[in-house]
Design a protein around this ligand. Structure first.
Ligand SMILES: NC(=O)c1ccc[n+]([C@@H]2O[C@H](COP(=O)([O-])OP(=O)(O)OC[C@H]3O[C@@H](n4cnc5c(N)ncnc54)[C@H](O)[C@@H]3O)[C@@H](O)[C@H]2O)c1
Length: 497
């Protein structure tokens, strides 16, 4: 079968997935009986990159301010590993209340509703057992905001249904897994004038916020290159065979080949460069995958020969490597590997004409960044990492003292404001708390979201575009302009106080 026919075949499969989900039945494990997930046959890339004019009545959503909401009524869909903790974070955030929770499993909604009732004295409404129960919830509860923490292939439709029902949608990463669905989310947000923010929590990590602050101060000159990754060995998730993350995610490794989870590393780098926000935007991507070996080897080692994982043909290369070229010609390396035995890494590297900031471990180097603390800092700030004419770029400035110096001098004002509360509440070192706090703060104050719908769209588009590039032997793929040219008039994300 040639590539054209293969694409036609997979396009048909995606269309049927979308129709099945929106009309009748979710492709997710159908419910408490723990029946087999059926995602694999429904997951595949599709190319619909042609840009049509924005329909009349729809508006550009970059910088959009929704009417202020005094008390935000939140509903949460998906209460697995991620959703349970997302729901509970809201209990420590002012100006909001969790009014409804929804999951396929009754025990999941009961557990979260019990915990909310115990802490607040009020029990949220519970919806469960039916993959479409969330639609009943949207109609009956009419929430202001819906937080979506379900399997990847359900994100787009749930976000669309939430916006159609009059709610702002906040959707876990990635926003959608096909270009067609990303466009549907963008178009729905523009038509309904509801926010759809993809919840990229890593943009709220302490080091990511600090790098944004340093970049904005011009400490590394003009930006040239970034490196982003999600390298996290997660093979053990395959042991959640019939319920939980492994039960659906494993099927994606079998059915697709590319960068299936690009946004954790890319989101922060894209905001350092202000991509799709006035300064520059996404242009092209090329992608290559390594051989797919680790998942099959793990299945062979840990499961019986006739186990369902041993019947899968794992297509997804263990290490995915993409390079993005921006309109200004900058480059971004994006890697993804959830399979190989190696330490966790998101890279978080940003390089400019005068220096480089990097993570894992936190380190900096540059012409204007001295590795030696200044004896008498002129600005009265703590020493270390001072701007210096001597330069210090042949070695990294790193280690415990360097970290302390950098945080003391360059911590982002938002981290200074919320860091202590974030550390108490936790969630990936506090980044989840800061992100959800900002979601509610922006809705309450009628501020634009820190991540607009187009940023979620571009960052997620790396998934299907990398799949297509891999499928075509590494051929460049052009990013659709989800902003329809309006990125040029969108302000960079400010340094939020
Ligand atoms: N940002 C992060 O740091 C982070 C971390 C983990 C997971 N995630 C994302 O969160 C999402 C969920 O991941 P997870 O690990 O919690 O998976 P999970 O399998 O543990 O949880 C998903 C939940 O969604 C429920 N669900 C599925 N279909 C549903 C439907 N139609 N209606 C209602 N509920 C439904 C399932 O029953 C399950 O409880 C994924 O998109 C994942 O990528 C993000």
């Amino acid at each position: 079968m040639n590539i054209r026919n293969q694409l036609k075949r997979v396009m048909g499969m995606v269309t049927s997935c979308t129709m099945i989900f929106s009309g009748l039945l979710c492709a997710q494990d159908p419910g408490p009986a723990g029946a087999e997930a059926t995602h694999a046959k429904n997951i595949a890339p599709v190319d619909t990159s042609a840009v049509t004019p924005r329909p009349e009545g729809s508006i550009y959503m970059g910088g959009f301010r929704a009417p202020k909401i005094e008390h935000v009524r939140v509903a949460v869909i998906g209460l697995g590993e991620r959703g349970e903790y997302q729901a509970l974070h809201f209990l420590s955030i002012p100006h909001c209340e969790v009014v409804a929770v929804c999951d396929l499993f009754e025990d999941a909604t009961k557990k979260v509703a019990d915990r909310i009732e115990k802490r607040t004295g009020k029990r949220p409404a519970e919806y469960n057992k039916d993959p479409m129960a969330y639609k009943k919830m949207l109609a009956e509860v009419k929430p202001d905001a819906v937080i979506i923490n379900t399997p990847w292939e359900t994100h787009a439709q749930m976000a669309i249904d939430s916006m159609e029902a009059g709610a702002h949608a906040f959707v876990e990463v990635p926003m959608a897994i096909t270009l067609e669905d990303i466009w549907r989310v963008v178009d729905t947000s523009e038509r309904t004038q509801k926010h759809c923010m993809m919840l990229e929590n890593c943009n709220y990590g302490r080091n990511e916020l600090m790098f944004l602050n340093m970049v904005r101060q011009g400490l590394i000159g003009e930006l040239l290159h970034g490196e982003a990754a999600y390298i996290h060995e997660l093979r053990m998730q395959m042991k959640s065979e019939n319920r939980g993350c492994g039960s659906w995610r494993t099927n994606h490794y079998a059915a697709r080949n590319g960068n299936l989870y690009p946004t954790h590393g890319l989101g922060p780098v894209a905001q350092y460069m202000s991509l799709a926000r006035g300064e520059d935007t996404f242009d092209r991507i090329v992608s290559f995958s390594s051989p797919a070996k680790g998942r099959a080897a793990y299945a062979k080692k840990h499961f019986a020969p006739d186990h369902k994982w041993n019947k899968l043909d794992f297509k997804c290369g263990d290490m995915s490597n993409s390079i993005i070229k921006t309109k200004l010609g900058r480059t971004i390396l994006v890697q993804w590997d959830e399979t190989s035995p190696r330490p966790y890494d998101r890279k978080n590297l940003i390089q400019g004409t005068e220096g480089t900031l990097a993570d894992y471990p936190l380190r900096i180097a540059g012409e204007r960044i001295s590795p030696e603390p200044a004896d008498k800092p002129e600005d009265g700030q703590p020493g270390g990492a001072e701007i210096s004419s001597e330069g210090g770029y042949h070695e990294w400035y790193e280690g415990e003292k360097a970290e302390a110096d950098l945080y003391a001098k360059y911590d982002h004002p938002l981290y200074k404001r919320l860091g202590e509360e974030a550390r108490k509440n936790g969630g990936h070192g506090g980044m989840d708390y800061i992100m959800l706090y900002r979601v509610i703060e922006c809705l309450h104050n009628g501020e634009p979201m820190d991540q607009n719908v187009y940023e979620g769209a571009f960052w997620s588009a790396v998934g299907p575009l990398s799949e297509k590039s891999v499928n075509e032997g590494g051929a460049p793929q052009v990013f659709p302009d989800f902003t329809r040219g309006d990125w040029k008039n969108t302000a960079p994300l400010p340094i939020i106080p």
